[in-house]
Design a protein around this ligand. Structure first.
Ligand code: MG
Length: 290
C-alpha cells in the first residue's frame, strides 16, 4: 500500500494513495473511527487491528503532508553508508578531522535530525542565506519502524520494518565541518523533506531499489540500495542494541555518491534550485530552495 497523510479543511487523515489518479481512499478502523495519523496507523497495525479503506476521493482540494509530519522523536540517520560517497566526502575536505585513508567506516556512523526539520513534498527548503554558504542535498531511502524493540537480531530485523519513504537529508556543510558533529548543520528548519508516500514493506524490497537525484533536471546521484555498506538489518540490529526502537521511528539509511561537495568545485544549492529524488517503487520527492 502507498499511504499518505493529507489535510483537507484543517482535518488530517491517512489514506491509500493513487498517485496517477490523484485520489485517496481514507482509512478507518473497524469501528468506523477515521485514521487521523500515520503513527496511529502504525501502532494499530503492530497491535493487529484491522483498517478498512473508504471510497476514493479526489485530492484536488487537499494537501499532502509528510507521511509522519512531526515524528515523535529525532530521525536516526546513517552517515557515509555508500563506498563511493564516503570517498567523495573524504576528498571534499568537509569531513572534519578525517583522512582519506579512513574514509570507509568500520561501524555505522549515526547522528540524528530534529523532528521539526520535516517538510512535505512540494514545500520549500529554506535557503538559509546569511547562515550557511554551503547548502547541500542527500537523497536517501528512509525505513519506518513498525514493531519496536531492543536487542533486535539482524535475522529478525525485517519483521520490524513497517515501510519505506524518501528523505532528503539537507545539510549545511560549513556547519557540519566547523562544529565537528552533524546535528547542527543537518537540523535547520525544513532540512528533512520527506514523502510523499509511505510504502508498506510488503510492496517493495528496500534492499534492491534504484535511487536517482536530479538538481534542476541534471542527474547528480544514481545508485542502488544494494550498494549500502551496512544493510538495513545490520542498521536495525546496531541501533536497537542499546536503544529501544518504537513504532514510527525513522531511519535515514545514508546517501550515495554525487552530492554537491563531491564536485570540484562544490556545487551548492541556491535559491530557486529544484531537487528531485526518485526511488524505485516508492515515488518522487521534489522540493525547491527558497
Ligand atoms: Mg545523509
Amino acid at each position: 500500500m502507498k499511504l499518505v497523510t493529507f489535510e483537507r479543511d484543517g482535518q488530517v487523515r491517512v489514506g491509500e494513495w493513487d498517485a496517477a489518479q490523484n485520489t485517496v481512499c481514507p482509512l478507518a478502523f473497524a469501528d468506523g473511527e477515521p485514521v487521523y495519523s500515520m503513527l496511529g496507523l502504525i501502532q494499530a497495525s503492530v497491535a493487529g487491528e484491522v483498517v478498512v479503506a473508504g471510497d476514493a476521493q479526489s485530492l484536488d482540494d487537499a494537501r499532502l503532508l509528510a507521511p509522519l509530519p512531526r515524528p515523535e522523536r529525532n530521525i536516526f540517520c546513517v552517515g557515509k553508508n555508500y563506498h563511493a560517497h564516503a570517498e567523495e566526502f573524504a576528498r571534499s575536505g568537509f569531513d572534519a578531522g578525517r583522512q582519506i585513508n579512513d574514509a570507509i567506516p568500520a561501524a555505522p556512523i549515526v547522528f540524528t535530525k530534529a523532528p521539526e526539520t520535516v517538510i512535505a513534498h512540494g514545500e520549500t527548503i529554506w535557503a538559509a542565506e546569511g547562515v550557511t554558504d554551503a547548502l547541500d542535498y542527500e537523497a536517501e531511502l528512509a525505513v519506518i519502524i513498525g514493531q519496536g524493540g531492543r536487542g533486535i537480531a539482524r535475522a529478525d530485523a525485517m519483521k520490524h520494518v513497517f515501510g519505506y519513504t524518501i528523505i532528503n537529508d539537507v545539510t549545511a556543510r560549513d556547519w557540519q565541518k566547523r562544529h565537528q558533529q552533524w546535528f547542527l548543520g543537518k537540523s535547520f528548519d525544513t532540512f528533512a523533506p520527506m514523502g510523499p508516500a509511505l510504502v508498506t514493506a510488503d510492496e517493495v524490497d528496500g534492499a534492491i531499489l534504484e535511487l536517482r537525484c536530479h538538481v534542476n533536471g541534471e542527474l547528480r546521484q544514481h545508485a542502488n540500495t544494494r550498494d549500502m555498506i551496512f544493510d538495513i538489518p545490520t542498521l536495525i540490529e546496531i541501533l536497537s542494541a542499546g536503544i529501544t526502537l518504537y513504532p514510527g521511528d525513522i531511519i535515514a539509511t545514508g546517501t550515495p555518491e554525487g552530492v554537491g561537495i563531491g564536485f570540484q568545485p562544490p556545487r551548492f544549492l541556491r535559491r530557486g534550485d529544484r531537487v528531485r529524488i526518485e526511488i524505485q517503487g516508492i515515488g518522487v520527492l521534489e522540493n525547491t530552495i527558497g
